[in-house]
Design a protein around this ligand. Structure first.
Ligand SMILES: Cc1cc2nc3c(=O)[nH]c(=O)nc-3n(C[C@H](O)[C@H](O)[C@H](O)COP(=O)(O)OP(=O)(O)OC[C@H]3O[C@@H](n4cnc5c(N)ncnc54)[C@H](O)[C@@H]3O)c2cc1C
Ligand code: FES
Length: 1261
């Protein structure tokens, strides 16, 4: 659930509330923002109250599970509550209502499509594929034109007939602060007079975060939410008055009513407000936040205040002294102290007057993400004309997010009174408004030029929107007017092989083993484990400097606080504090902001956190402080020796080419943003220095190793247990070992259990993420687009320590067909990878590990070559692609045939060329909106080129009742590994899946397990499980032969009688891969996954917003063991890829402080980022190397997001002027790339000398 994960420690509460007010309406709510006291009079339903596996699951829970809408399951209770609440209010919702209801929820795993689809099963309208309204299912299509898939076979991933019906009539049964709830308005006014400093607690959406994150403290709260005097709508001839207690959702409903009843000309302001209410925050926040709270709080980026001001709205105030009004278009919004509320006053209502015939009001906003993101800039503008003329009588312009308050461009407006509404007026208005609204170069939030550009771009939109002028604007300008609609994503077509025997689970879309538990909230994560006697909570003390000497540490104040048991530092580490380059507790020196310097152990988390803030550390900065790759190169600061792969003689090759181009590509990093933050429960044992750690990790052995080193005990004393985790994406490969050691040291010192659950902000700060990358290329090619020579250098920002740094360097493009050239020069290339050592927290593994960054560089230079040759990029790609059995740059032989098939199919089935023609036509007709398409091929390497990292063991026990327990070394991260292992065991033992159970992964049961990563989980663990099962079957075979008609249970009983062991260790040695970096060659990977994807986008050149119109993905899955899970992986990775390549931006200060530490500052995709049309096809091929001829599909889909990046560039290339490619293509980048009169105007503004200020943020790639 979007902004809820700020406090992931309380996810259970956060995600599970729906509140019913006395009004009889149901609201999903952000639980961590709902004070318990405010619930008086409300019925609260939690996800447990909706349904449970112990009693009866609710259809919402069942359908979400059966539609494969859960992976890690951490977001699932929130999804359930959103759909459940919607159904309580609207038992037969529309698809739009479903999308709207889910708008405030975040999921990092699924890509949302199956979640929406599960919700849509409650809609009255047909939920079959519908093939764009034809009402038919894709499976019924004879020609199979649109969704014809390989072998023209298509079977659904679930069966609607299995669903239980929804019964809409059901009902559920269910020291420091003073909280006062006044019973009457008079009481309220009396209280406000007596406690003038006490805040009114209404929606708590502003107060709550301030208390939690800004340490605000209020001894008294007044909670008047239930007062009827604050809940009303009053309509008069002049306008509408809305009670201050109305939530923004209720305000929305009231405005809808008014707009439908009143003539259009009267409701200009109301309609403008409605437009913003659709995207302001998410449904949960809109349900809680009140209109009164909104107008008085959040002064600078409020979406509604600028519109209310432009529409001449007022607020009605009341106190014991009486009543008065404040106009919102006066000094109030600028927070002038004399214009503010008096301390005893409250807002009783908001008055929104009707507009008149020649009065027009508009609201405009631009945010990083369409929904649920604060505006980068917003505006409310209104103009009143002299009757029936173009002459400006009144003009008002208010901007948000351009300063510390909502800002009025009053001087500009004043000067324009009496002017005609024409181009000259616009030009003057732009210049004057830029003079009037000054954004300092070091302004908080950065993006100074972009925000200035938006100020005038939004003004231009306002200018065009004016109906007076409207008939005169050229048709091609009309495109500036429309905002992108919020679409309800359609149902995808999923393909399953119908030949697969029904009784054999392998090949079937089996539901995730824990799906029902995910949706009922009964799946247990680390922090759900019950309190243990004597348990302590740990809070980290982290470095605030990037590179500094620790001069002194004073813990006395912290130790004196109530509940604090101990402060743990480097001196408390009994073993190695610096193990394999990883420092557990900083000692003497810090090397990045966010490095753990100490921890506080206390009886509650709140106490530990408070005390951590009281630890005083004095630092002395050390030079150099290296933050960016550029700075690292200047200082020759690297983590490892460079890695190089050479092919042919590149210098020689450059002599025989036509043009040579050189360029740079910057690719910024990415935060994992797994929903469950790093969580550890460390339990010290009484005897023999044993310790048990429960935690979410992809690599329990690694945790065991680090903990043993830190405690100086043999590894056999340390047990690491892992049941499941709420997402990992590579972020839980290396970091849990360090955090595990930190917790273990605390547990060892205090002798008490330690619960260490990182808050979102700490997790983002400490654990870091994907490596930012700088690619420098020099490419030699022929005029026909054939690339002959490539010299490419990749620099990654490794951070302060190099953990498992490894870059996939193999790409889709060939070397072999260069040999066909007349001059007998082969393609030659040099690829160098350098890992820069900087003073940032060490970056780490992340889905695709280097591949998603490196491939951008390749796609970028291919696009640049195409542009130089005046050829379409797809043609140059095709020319340079591997076409037959070939060798990679490191001399590994492979067959690219599936890649060719995917590419061809993708071009054909997506109607790529027709789409391009249509986009060209669209672009000719539209000046301010541009469409672009891009297709990208992929050859993704699976696994690790070190053989011993691929070995794994499994244990299979058969019990005397016939039930089977399977244990292996792989971790259930969300990907459904346990589900697939059940499928494997069921297939091999030929018994129903219900006989088989998987409980957890542990270093006790399977020692020395390798990491679950690199898309290898099913491959290697599957082989080990298969091996164990086959051994068991071989043992049982004589018994079965003698009693063929017997049952499984009979055979097991007989085996026991015959003293046959029913427990087996299975083993897989691993793929025999290797890589010789000296020679730059090897048999690096067991196999490759191929595919192609194409996307089409539309870009708003005035704001930098984009909309994803369509994506087609063709993925070579060979034989899918579980198509539902595999499609889930591809879709989830694709959406994560979209985030990486388009909207997820990590912002760092020049001093190396990470600003983006919450869902407010870091935007991952939401439901609105899914393509309007989305097709995923699993392409069948052969892969005898892997189990059941399958392929590992966990990571590769990330790269498909780059089809959106390149489609954006294609669109932008159609806009005026050119660009330099980098990633992500965030709105700022898109807008500033589209050069026009507005950006020219901004660039003409004299800029401050860069040496006179420090920019707010810097690029670290
Ligand atoms: C996750 C999240 C996302 C958001 N996204 C957006 C967004 O996209 N766009 C946007 O514009 N806003 C956004 N907001 C801000 C949101 O609109 C405001 O927090 C909300 O409107 C405040 O209302 P409230 O009822 O929750 O106020 P509270 O938090 O209850 O109170 C806030 C302050 O207002 C005072 N107050 C409240 N009511 C009155 C009254 N009647 N009279 C006098 N004083 C009063 C209180 O004393 C308190 O100081 C977001 C907030 C959150 C938490
Ligand atoms: S299933 Fe949604 S976050 Fe993992």
């Amino acid at each position: 659930m979007a902004n809820l994960v700020q406090d992931s420690r309380k996810h259970v509460a956060c995600y599970k509330y729906a509140i019913q007010y006395p009004l009889g309406c149901h609201y999903p709510a952000t639980a961590c923002l709902v004070p318990i006291c405010s619930l008086y009079g409300a019925a609260v339903t939690t996800v447990e109250g909706v349904g449970s596996i112990k009693t009866r699951i609710h259809p919402v829970q069942e359908r979400l599970a059966k539609c494969h809408g859960t992976q890690c399951g951490f977001c699932s209770p929130g999804m359930v509550m959103s759909i459940y609440t919607l159904l309580r209010n609207h038992p037969e919702p529309t698809p739009e209502q479903i999308t709207k209801a889910l708008g405030g929820n975040l999921c990092r795993c699924t890509g949302y499509r199956p979640i929406v689809e599960s919700g849509k099963t409650f809609c009255v309208e047909s939920t079959v594929c519908e093939l764009k309204g034809s009402g038919k299912c894709c499976m019924d299509q004879e020609d199979g034109s649109l969704v014809n898939r390989w072998e023209k076979m298509c079977t659904k991933l679930y069966d609607e007939d299995e669903f239980q019906p929804l019964d809409p009539s059901q009902s559920k049964q269910g020291e420091r602060i003073t909280w006062i709830t006044p019973a009457t308005l008079n009481d309220l006014l009396e209280l406000k007079a007596n406690f003038p400093k006490a805040p009114l607690i209404m929606g708590n959406t502003e107060l709550g975060p301030s208390i939690k994150f800004k340490n605000e403290f209020h001894p008294v709260f007044i909670s008047p939410l239930g007062l009827p005097e604050l809940h009303f709508v009053n309509t008069t001839d002049d306008g509408v008055t809305i009670g201050a207690g109305y939530s923004l959702a209720q305000l929305n409903d009231a405005l809808h009513c008014i707009v439908s009843e009143q003539p259009k000309e009267k409701t200009e302001t109301h309609r403008a407000l409605l437009k913003h209410l659709r995207t302001l925050a998410g449904a949960q926040i809109r349900n809680m936040a009140t209109s009164g709270g909104h107008v008085v709080s959040w002064p600078n980026f409020s979406d509604l205040n600028p519109i209310l001001a432009a529409g001449n709205g007022t607020i009605n105030l009341i106190s014991k002294e009486g009543q008065r009004q404040i106009p919102l278009n006066g000094p109030f919004l600028e927070r002038s102290p004399e214009a503010d509320l008096k301390s005893e006053e409250i807002v009783s209502s908001v008055y929104i007057p009707y507009s008149t015939q020649w009065h027009f009001v508009f609201g405009l906003r631009m945010a990083q993400r369409q929904e649920n993101a604060f505006a980068i800039v917003n505006a409310g503008m209104s103009v009143k004309f002299e009757d029936d003329t173009n002459t400006i009588k009144e003009l008002q312009m208010f901007y948000g997010s351009v300063g510390p308050t909502t800002v009025s461009a009053s001087q500009t407006c004043k000067q324009l009174i009496g002017r005609q509404w024409d181009d000259q007026m616009l030009s003057d208005a732009c210049r004057w408004v830029l003079d009037e609204i000054y954004i300092p170069p070091a302004a908080e939030g950065g993006m100074v030029e972009y925000r200035q550009t938006l100020i005038i771009s939004l003004l231009f939109k306002f200018y065009l929107k004016d109906p007076q002028k409207f008939p005169n604007i050229p048709e091609k300008f009309v495109s500036a007017l429309e905002d992108f609609p919020i679409e309800t994503p359609p149902r995808n077509s999923d393909c399953v092989d119908p030949h697969q025997p029904l009784q054999d689970p392998v090949g079937h879309p089996v539901m995730h083993q824990s799906a029902i538990k995910h949706t009922t909230g009964e799946a247990v994560y680390t922090d759900d484990m019950p309190c243990i006697d004597q348990e302590l909570f740990l809070a980290p003390i982290t470095s605030t400097r990037a590179h500094a000497k620790i001069i002194s540490t004073d813990i006395s104040e912290a130790l004196a606080l109530p509940g604090v048991v101990d402060v743990i530092t480097a001196e408390d580490v009994p073993g190695d504090n610096n193990y394999q380059g990883e420092i557990f507790y900083a000692q003497n020196e810090v090397i990045c902001v966010g490095q753990v310097v100490g921890t506080v152990a206390a009886d509650t988390y709140a106490h530990a956190r408070e005390a951590a803030k009281k630890v005083k550390i004095t630092y002395e900065d050390i030079e150099p402080r290296i933050i960016t790759i550029e700075q690292a190169l200047e200082h020759n600061s690297f983590l490892f020796d460079e890695k190089k792969i050479e092919q042919g003689n590149v210098e020689q090759a450059f002599k025989y080419v036509d043009p040579i181009i050189e360029g740079e590509v910057h690719v910024e990093g990415q935060e994992h943003f797994y929903m469950e933050t790093s969580s550890i429960l460390a339990l010290p044992k009484e005897e023999d220095k044993e310790m048990v750690l429960h935690l979410g990790t992809q690599y329990p052995t690694h945790v065991q190793e680090y903990v043993a080193a830190a405690l100086n005990v043999p590894r056999n004393r340390i047990a690491c247990r892992m049941k499941r985790t709420g997402g990992a994406f590579g972020g839980k490969v290396a970091k849990p070992a360090v955090l595990g050691a930190v917790s273990a040291v605390a547990a060892n010192k205090t002798g008490r259990p330690i619960r260490f659950i990182l808050e979102r902000g700490d997790d983002m700060l400490i654990t870091a993420g994907r490596h930012p990358l700088l690619g420098k290329y020099k490419i030699g090619f022929m005029n026909n687009g054939v690339i002959k020579a490539a010299d490419v250098e990749y620099y990654v920002n490794g951070g302060s320590v190099g953990i498992i740094l490894y870059l996939h360097k193999d790409l889709s493009y060939k070397s072999d067909n260069f040999c066909l050239c007349e001059i007998s020069l082969c393609f030659a290339s040099t690829q160098v990878v350098e890992a820069c050592k900087t003073n940032l927290p060490s970056n780490t593994a992340f889905r695709g590990f280097g591949f998603p960054q490196g491939t951008v560089v390749v796609e970028a230079y291919i696009t640049a070559v195409a542009s130089q040759c005046n050829l379409p990029p797809e043609e140059v790609k095709e020319i340079n692609m591997y076409k037959r059995i070939s060798k990679t740059a490191f001399k590994q032989t492979f067959n690219p045939e599936p890649s060719r098939r995917c590419w061809k199919e993708c071009l054909e089935k997506s109607s790529f060329y027709a789409g391009k023609l249509a986009a060209e036509e669209f672009n000719k007709k539209n000046y301010w909106k541009k469409r672009g398409l891009a297709i990208v091929p992929m050859k993704f390497s699976i696994g690790i080129p070190t053989a011993y990292y691929n070995q794994v063991a499994a244990l299979v026990h058969i019990y005397l009742d016939g039930s089977v327990l399977v244990i292996h070394g792989g971790c259930e991260l969300r990907q459904g590994l346990y589900t697939k292992m059940i499928q494997v065991a069921s297939h091999e033992l030929n018994i129903p899946q219900s006989h088989i159970h998987l409980s957890e992964t542990s270093t006790v049961t399977v020692p020395n397990g390798v990491l679950t990563s690199e898309s290898m989980g099913t491959d290697i663990n599957g082989k080990a499980v298969q091996n164990a099962c086959q051994t068991l079957m071989a043992r049982l075979h004589p018994i079965i032969r003698k009693n063929r008609k017997g049952k499984w249970e009979d055979w097991i009983a007989k085996a026991f009688e015959e003293s046959i062991s029913l427990s087996v260790t299975g083993y897989f040695r691993g793929y025999q891969t290797n890589m010789d970096w000296e020679k730059g060659e090897g048999n690096a990977y067991p196999y490759y996954v191929y595919g192609a994807a194409c996307s089409e986008v539309e870009v708003d050149c005035l704001t930098g917003a984009h909309e994803l119109l369509r994506t087609d993905i063709f993925m070579d899955a060979a034989f899918s063991i579980n198509p539902a899970l595999d499609i889930g992986q591809i879709e989830g990775a694709f959406i994560q890829g979209i985030g990486f390549y388009t909207i997820e931006e990590l912002k760092y200060s020049p001093e190396g402080v990470l600003y983006s530490r919450s869902p407010d500052d870091y935007k991952i995709p939401t439901i609105t980022e899914i393509p309007e049309e989305f097709y995923v096809t699993l392409v069948r091929s052969q892969n005898p190397v892997a189990i059941y001829s399958s392929k590992g599909l966990g990571e590769a889909g990330m790269f498909w997001g780059s089809s959106v990046l390149f489609a954006i560039y294609d669109a932008v290339a159609a806009a005026p002027k050119t660009f330099v490619l980098s990633s992500p293509a965030a709105p700022e980048m898109i807008r500033m790339t589209c050069v026009d009169q507005f950006t020219d105007m901004i660039r003409e503004i004299p800029r401050d000398d860069p040496s006179t200020f420090t920019p707010w943020s810097i690029r670290v790639s």
